[in-house]
Design a protein around this ligand. Structure first.
Ligand code: H2U
Ligand code: ZN
Length: 336
């Protein structure tokens, strides 16, 4: 398929939302990064950091002198263990109880390290921690969904440069997972394979939006991408959760994850800010067979380390809109 060159909308089949694409507004060709941001000096230990080994956190809690990974329960959880509020169930005024656990995962004891430059072994222990935390939390009686994610960079609301991510385990299924549960089920019922298996087949053939690939994994800028350099990390094999990954699949996930981060950092010569995270089958999904686990990366930068895409105006009141096509974005990432 040759790319459309005038305004059109593309459907996100995972959310059933339309994205407006206006390629004719891309007047200039790719010019690379415009201005460089001074990289902060990398230090192993910051006495003022609440995530560094041995340091004090909120509520006078002390981090252990950990080496490698450290997981703890968030001192300011968004979701509490027990919340027995009066529920509301009127026509338009509805409220439900929410309970669960919020955890913070420090990827490394080194303050200045990121997953882009962590050792291969360090990356593997991050993946095995994602899996073991997921397995433990999803097995809890009141938990329906385990959301693993990372906010990276101040612009994404990350409070601390110490490499860390978060895990929220909840008694209800959050919006994004709920809609993907539904859309993947619908697709699976009406087709011979999963939605994302079909996407993979198409993209391997079209070769227009592939950023990286290896034996078990594929990274694409999805056809329906909303953010300029949004990507999707896909296991080639349909798995409902990361826990189904064998040893070699975890190994090759680690290498493609780090390759992707390196590309992101190189694109605008800065530590790329983003929100990223996994979508995996919720516990009692009636549609587990339809689930194809995957990770989304949503970086906000558009043209340089300091020029970001704003999701405002038409995006807030109408639909998301982009000028840079997903094909051009994929090509820029592929070649950087
Ligand atoms: P973010 O940087 O992505 O916001 O994650 C850091 C989390 O760490 C944040 O959710 C928690 C905040 O509540 N935190 C603690 O649990 N203890 C502290 O002492 C400070 C921050
Ligand atoms: Zn630190």
């Amino acid at each position: 398929m040759s790319s459309l060159t005038t305004t059109h909308s593309r459907l996100n089949p995972l959310t059933k939302e339309w994205v407006l694409v206006s390629p004719q507004r891309m007047k200039r060709p790719w010019q690379g990064q415009v201005e460089k941001r001074e990289a902060a000096e990398k230090i192993d230990y910051d006495p003022k950091c609440y995530l560094c080994p041995g340091n004090k956190r909120a509520n006078n809690k002390n981090n252990p002198q950990y080496e490698g990974i450290f997981v703890f329960e968030n001192d300011f959880p968004a979701i509490m263990k027990l919340s027995e509020n009066e529920i509301e169930n009127h026509a338009w005024k509805q409220a439900r109880n929410e309970s669960g656990t919020c955890k913070v995962i420090c990827y490394s004891d080194k303050h200045g390290e990121t997953l882009s430059d962590i050792s291969e072994i360090g990356m593997q222990s991050v993946i095995s921690t994602w899996i073991s935390e997921f397995d433990t939390l999803i097995a809890k009686e009141n938990i329906q969904n385990v959301q693993i994610f990372e906010n990276r960079g101040e612009v994404m609301g990350c409070s601390n440069p110490h490499p860390h991510g978060q895990i929220w385990a909840t008694s209800n299924i959050p919006n994004e997972v709920a809609i993907e549960d539904k859309t993947q089920a619908e697709y699976y019922k009406n087709n011979t394979c999963s939605l994302l298996e079909d996407v993979i087949k198409y993209e391997l053939n079209a070769k227009e939006r592939i950023v990286l690939s290896n034996e078990h994994w594929l990274v694409i800028v999805p056809y329906w991408a909303m953010w300029p350099y949004e990507t999707l990390v896909l296991p080639r094999r349909k798995i409902a959760t990361l826990s189904e990954c064998g040893e070699s699949e975890q190994k090759s996930l680690g290498s493609i994850w780090q390759e992707l981060l390196k590309k992101y950092d190189k694109l605008f010569d800065t530590t790329m800010p983003f929100s990223c995270g996994w979508h995996q089958a919720p516990k009692t999904s009636a549609n587990r067979d339809a689930w194809h686990a995957h990770a989304h990366f949503y970086p906000p930068l558009l043209r340089s380390a300091t020029v970001k895409k704003f999701m405002v105006g038409y995006e807030m009141l109408g639909s998301p809109q982009r000028d840079l096509t997903p094909e051009v974005a994929a090509n820029n990432l592929l070649n950087c």
